[in-house]
Write a protein that binds this ligand. Structure first.
Ligand code: ATP
Length: 259
């Protein structure tokens, strides 16, 4: 379980996350959704402990984030955080990287070996996994980064834009199915950011819509549809909530274009 209590995060004097309170239960697949620059990655960074909020607190399974050093260590063992642009040791092969991350998280060596094979196969990296990461395409690097989060078998995954970075349709589908399975069957808590509703609509059990660093609305798609009175897709719901002017602006633009 992850709980944020009245969290505020500034860059310099500028508040980017403003008084956010949020509770995500075990087994939930929560998506922080909103337009670019609204504070999604910052909010995730606060949950991950890479940023220290100026006000408020973060609790993971009842332990205070960045409080007692032993509790912080226990939290780090339970959480894996994947930033959008993960640094990876590019001279090593994808397989070597996965094995070292698995060891770091104390996964049994035999299990790590077996799981690395399965993940490389699942994401079509069986051959590529044997060569240095430096020679991977952008999508292949993204896949290895995602595999490195999965190989930890950590119960809490914090993922910044896991669906971005050039994943192919097979990669996107695989990732969605893996996330759904892990949340439902293994009761993993998965929190991810995304600016694109279409990519997360079918898997999110909770959608947290962020605008200007505040939670505008949250709940299941059903909840958000009820709130907005819109029975359409998540994209339609988001348009009602955040982009009510988009259709008008497009009409005006095309009108001007014809002149
Ligand atoms: N290190 C930083 N220093 C100063 N300002 C920052 C820093 N990181 C982000 N910001 C600013 O904070 C705001 C929120 O950024 P953030 O990356 O959290 O948004 P986001 O919703 O994740 O955006 P995107 O969808 O584009 O990834 C933006 O205006 C951004 O310019």
């Amino acid at each position: 379980m992850i709980e944020l209590r009245d969290v505020t995060q500034h860059y310099g004097v500028r508040p980017v996350v403003r008084s956010v309170s949020l509770r995500i239960e075990r087994g939930e697949l929560a998506v922080i959704l909103g337009p670019n620059g609204m504070g999604k990655s910052t909010l995730l960074g606060v949950m991950a402990g890479v940023l220290s909020p100026q006000a408020g607190s973060v609790h993971v399974d009842g332990m205070l984030r960045k409080g007692d050093p032993e509790e912080e260590l226990a939290i780090r063992r339970r959480c894996v955080y994947l930033p959008d642009n993960l640094w990876m040791p590019e001279q090593h092969t994808g397989r070597e990287y996965l094995l070292s991350v698995g060891r770091l998280y104390d996964v049994h060596p035999e299990r790590v070996m077996e799981h690395a094979d399965q993940l490389l196969d699942l994401f079509d990296l069986k051959e590529k996994g044997e060569s240095p990461i430096v020679g991977y395409s952008a999508g292949q690097k993204k896949k290895i980064a995602l595999c490195s989060a999965l190989i930890t078998e950590a119960p809490i995954l914090l993922l910044d834009e896991p669906f971005s970075g050039g994943l192919d349709p097979a990669g996107l589908l695989t990732l969605k199915k893996v996330f759904q399975h892990h949340a439902r069957s293994k009761q993993l808590t998965i929190v991810m950011t995304s600016p694109v509703p279409e990519l997360v609509e079918e898997i999110a059990t909770r959608i947290v819509i962020i605008q200007d660093g505040r939670i505008l609305a949250q709940g299941s798609l059903d909840d958000l549809q009820r709130l907005t009175g819109c029975r359409g897709s998540l994209s339609d719901v988001l348009e009602r909530l955040i982009f009510p002017d988009t259709t008008r602006k497009l009409a005006e633009y095309f009108q001007d274009y014809r002149r």
